[in-house]
Design a protein around this ligand. Sequence first.
Ligand code: C2E
Ligand code: CA
Ligand code: CA
Length: 648
Amino acid sequence: MMTNDFIQYNYVGEFAGLIMAGLVFVHMLYSRPKKTYVYKFVFLGMALSIFSILVHLSILFVANNPDKYYNNSLFMGQLLLFLLCYDGVLYFIFSYVNMMSIVRRSQRKEFLMMYASLSAVYVIGVILEIASRNFYILELDGIDISHFVRYYTGAGIVCAIVCINATLSNLKNVSRVIWHAVFKITPAIMIILIAQMLVVERYHSVFTSMTYVPVFVMGYMLFHSNPYDEVTGCQNYFALDAYLDKHLGKRKFYISYLSLKFPVIDKIVMDTEELTLQGIATCRKMESVSSKIKMFRVSEREFVNIIETNDEEEFLKCINSIRGILDGTKADIKVPFNYILVSGEVWPELDTIIRCRQYFEFVAKRFKDHNSSQFYVATPRDYDDFMEEYEILLTLEDIRNRLDLEDERLMVFAQPIYSVETGSFRSAEALTRLKIGNKIINPDKFIPLAEESGTIHAISCIVLDKVCKAIAEFEEYYDFDAISINVSSKEISLENIYSDFLEIMEKYDFDISKIRLEITESAMFEDFETANENMNSLSKAGIHFYLDDFGTGYSSIERVMNIPVKTIKFDKSLLYKSLDDDRMDDIMKYMIEVFKKNGFITLVEGVEDESQNQYSVERGFDYIQGYHYAKPEPIESVKKYFTRKNKF
Ligand code: C2E
Ligand code: CA
Ligand code: CA
């Protein structure tokens, strides 16, 4: 038999395409791809690819075994079916590439028209080819389909050229990653197409699927299986993590964190499409500042730029250009917005992703409440501050996790409080310090962090225990009324504060009224119901409440009257203002009178010198606290301010 010598097609290439398409298609079904606007084109394209390859394989199979399977009209039907599929595949590729640009999306109709005309030419070509009767040639011992293959690969080449042209003419609004992909992959595809055209007749090798399957695979992998944001062309959150994971601690680079702040006004009529376009244009401009800039979109309004350089000057140049672009957009755009652009060197110590992110968030946090745009380049000082805060947070968390009531890192200080009536010290306020190594951290720094990190309640429990221990020790030999403890407003609305506090106090054998609690008015804003309930139960158990910092924030006498507090602690700022200003002095007099008339005890804080002391006594304050009498000192030594009991 001569048959085998004549035409035996080799279709390894088609099988490779089939396997590749099959695997990726299964991945598409069982993973969670990003189903953006253009996803349908890749998905349907991939499905159609699989079908086309099967049709093509059936054609090749018949061509290889004509004596067994060839049937004139059936074969022609197979060829036409494939040509139809191929046209569909080209349509999906064409739409995918074009619809990536949202400018193009608005010209959808024109594109469809253009595609329809190309298809019409293709169909007419097919008809002419068939009419000329050399579309495929049936020989005695084989079928020559090279003409057919050359025909459709020709159509493929035309489509590739149109795609390149579409990208070129649209360069300004297509992101770098898209046109990079198009410019790299399309020429490669064209080379394969041309090779297919040339080799089919001589070597009888068919691998056309290798020209369309990879296009869909590439699109899927780039934009849907992960890392790119299709609209802005920026890489996403995961890609940033992957980048940092690879480079952190290994080389020097710079980062900028950009956060956009839009006003929260519902009534703004936004032309969202135009806004999106301007946003995209801005991203494009930032990206084109330098090829060393990599853009990531980490959330809807937050972007991260990595600037791959170790030259500070170059970095500053890049970051200034970015700032200029943002200011330009600010001037052009209809909707008012502000931005926070924080950037800086990625210090080698920022060696984990979390730390790196926390650092820039830490720096940016300082500008969160500003109502104008902020541009800031971080300094080594910021890094030290961050590390300090980071260390504090770790320490607080460790303290909470161990919950060791003797933890030496929490140092309880106390400041005695002078009673005007008795002319002696009758109570004290406990004030906490945090000890980390040799450093002593003040509460102004760590209390807010403890509140934020949810460690505050553990801290209070330890402080309470230490204070109880001190009271139990003092009680035998000293005469005093109580020691007060500060309770954060976030804490007083916790469900279990009552039982936790009671449990600690009941461990010791002294009258519960020796512990007092200081809360601020802001406690009333958190969760009023629970806070009030807790205060009522603790009051019933015998705990006396102080209202701390009265006169700061939104003090309201009326509200104060309705909560179970007994003592009003006037903030030092009220005292200082009253000494300066006669009208404030009148208000002070009036407030003291109202409180006293209603059975409240009054206390003034921050008395530093004799004149302030004299004023406080004259105005009738019951208690005075301040450096004038004593500074806070370790709680053990506060007993010396109290009168000794006559006990031998
Ligand atoms: P605060 O409750 O208003 O405490 C009074 C603060 O004023 C203390 O600062 C005290 O050292 C300071 N001070 C006392 N006398 C004078 C004075 O004559 N002049 C001036 N300028 N200041 C004076 P400290 O110890 O740094 O505490 C700051 C704040 O931290 C406290 O303000 C309190 O709100 C909070 N805090 C302290 N310890 C704890 C705690 O264990 N738990 C909670 N939740 N907060 C605490
Ligand atoms: Ca206080
Ligand atoms: Ca206070």
